[in-house]
Design a protein around this ligand. Structure first.
Ligand code: NAD
Length: 483
């Protein structure tokens, strides 16, 4: 029988009694490999109670001891690296090398949080008035949680929980029901290293679990990563309850190629940006803006490179692009391709009819390139989340930036150029949280904030780095006079 994944509450694996479940499907084969319970409000509250009970002991645990647990988790993930990557590819579909990249980042996130004893230091001022000193201490607050998306099931929760528990809070992870298995294996490993019970918990499910986490009087704040539609809904709800929130939403990232770009070096970066993780990255290229004379050589080079990409079951070494993560995701991308055709773009390369030997039931779409795209077409304005390159020809940088600014999203944007002046102007003017200069995927490492603007981010403090430490702590001011 297919395994029903368990919740992890108060240091124990607990089977959910929920009647509703959802299938976990290997997207390369179409096989059901597990089931996710849609945990009930009571089960979710059990996790909140466990985290709440653990908080008092955990916040009193010395910072260096807390960080020692993070080091052990880091080492244990490293020891189980290949197994974790295989589980990730099996449930999500991405190429095995992409899973290795994701787990490298996952481990870096934990490594970065081991610096918390320094990052969490407050500050002091002496003699703010005669004989009076003032001090800021950064205190943990209680129970935080994250609601995670399907596209990076190994890494996304580690943008948050290492920083949350490192600063002395306790935590609940709610993975996407589509891809729970990476988190299940991570929690088995975490269980083995002996983290005190209740510090880190996991509840599987959907809206009921998410709403319970938001509405419970015993939670402090939410980190959400997913679509802007759901993110906005939950951001409002969290606001009603007066809690903290950081919401990382959807994206449409513009890659601008200037006439002076080095094509030979830029094209591989552009290809990786659009097709990496089969286009299901929040930092993926969304529209290719070809400026002036570069248009024709760029278009031809992009089509050539797209044809070279090897597509297949992500578990096979050497495969560069796996399937879409779900049938639903694949159907959405097919609809977007249809809309491009209907709205009059020219389909230069059509990935819809791809056949992958040995994977007849997989959710595959091959590399797809549209030319003669106008900036108002659906494929140029909406997130596709699939391996599709819409090419828009523009006359100059000003026109490119006008198009970028007309889009509601602002997660990332890149420029390919040999000019320092253009690069500086781009990073100065473009309204996007992560800017790449001759970089296709502008993904900040764990010591930097994972930024985002406009409809791609709601909140003020971002994930990762010092922002994460500030999100998970309160600045308490202590003013002291001794008589
Ligand atoms: P989604 O919004 O459908 O789901 C995200 C999470 O929200 C899931 O865990 C889901 O179970 C939960 N959820 C859905 N409806 C809910 C509700 N009513 N109440 C409570 N919880 C609910 O997103 P997805 O399809 O899993 O992820 C893809 C999206 O995530 C894309 O738009 C992508 O750009 C975005 N994303 C953004 C970033 C970023 O850093 N900005 C990173 C990764 C993914």
């Amino acid at each position: 029988m297919t395994e029903l994944v368990k919740n992890y509450i108060n240091g124990k694996w607990v089977e959910s009694k929920a009647k509703e479940t959802s299938d976990v499907i290997n997207p390369a084969t179409g096989e059901v490999i597990a089931k996710t319970p849609m945990s009930t409000a009571e089960e979710t509250q059990d996790a909140i109670n466990a985290a709440n009970a653990a908080f008092r002991r955990w916040r009193a645990t010395p910072a260096m001891t807390r960080v020692r647990y993070l080091n052990r988790i880091r080492d244990a993930f490293e020891d189980n690296f290949e197994e974790l990557c295989k589980i990730l590819t099996t449930e999500q579909g991405k190429a095995i090398d992409e899973s290795r990249g994701e787990y490298r980042r996952t481990i870096e996130n934990i490594e970065c949080a081991t610096a918390i004893p320094s990052l969490q230091m407050g500050y002091n001022a002496e003699d703010i008035a005669a004989g009076i000193d003032e001090q800021v201490i950064k205190q943990p607050l209680g129970v935080f949680f994250c609601i995670a998306p399907f596209n990076f099931p190994g890494m996304v929760p580690t943008w948050f929980w290492p920083f949350a528990i490192g600063t002395g809070n306790t935590y609940i992870v709610k993975p996407s029901p589509q891809v729970p298995l990476s988190q299940v294996r991570q929690f088995e490993i975490i269980h083995e290293i002996g983290l005190p019970k209740g510090v880190l918990n996991m509840v599987h499910g959907g809206p009921v679990a998410g709403t319970t986490l938001i509405e419970s009087p015993d939670t402090i704040g939410m980190s959400f990563v997913g679509s802007t539609k759901v993110g906005k809904l939950l951001y409002k709800k969290v606001g009603e309850f007066g809690k903290r929130a950081q919401v990382q939403g959807g994206a449409k990232n513009f890659l601008t190629v200037m006439p002076d770009a080095n094509l030979e070096k830029s094209v591989p970066a552009i290809i990786t940006s659009f097709y990496g993780c089969a286009g299901q990255r929040c930092l993926a290229g969304g529209v290719l803006l070809a400026v002036g004379d570069i248009y024709e050589p760029l278009r031809d080079a992009v089509v050539d490179a797209s044809k070279q990409l090897s597509v297949g079951n992500g578990l096979e070494e050497g495969v560069q692009m796996g399937p879409l993560a779900s049938k639903h995701g694949m159907d959405n991308v097919l609809k977007m391709i249809d809309s491009g055709v209907k709205e009059g773009a020219e389909l230069l390369l059509d990935g819809r009819s791809i056949e992958v030997p040995g994977s007849p039931n997989g959710f595959f779409i091959g590399p797809t390139v549209f030319d003669k795209v106008s900036p108002t077409m659906t494929i140029a304005t909406e997130e596709i989340f699939g391996p599709v390159i819409p090419i828009v020809h523009v006359k100059d940088l000003d026109e490119a930036i006008d198009i970028i600014h007309a889009c509601r999203y602002g997660n990332a944007s890149s420029v390919f150029t040999s000019s320092g002046k253009v690069a500086r102007e781009y990073s100065y003017r473009v309204m996007a949280g992560n800017i790449g200069i001759n970089i296709g995927v502008a993904a900040p490492i764990a010591t930097f904030p994972f930024s985002g603007m406009k409809d791609s981010f709601l909140g003020d403090l971002h994930g990762q780095g010092q922002d994460a430490v500030d999100f998970f702590t309160e600045n308490k001011v202590v003013i002291t006079r001794w008589f």
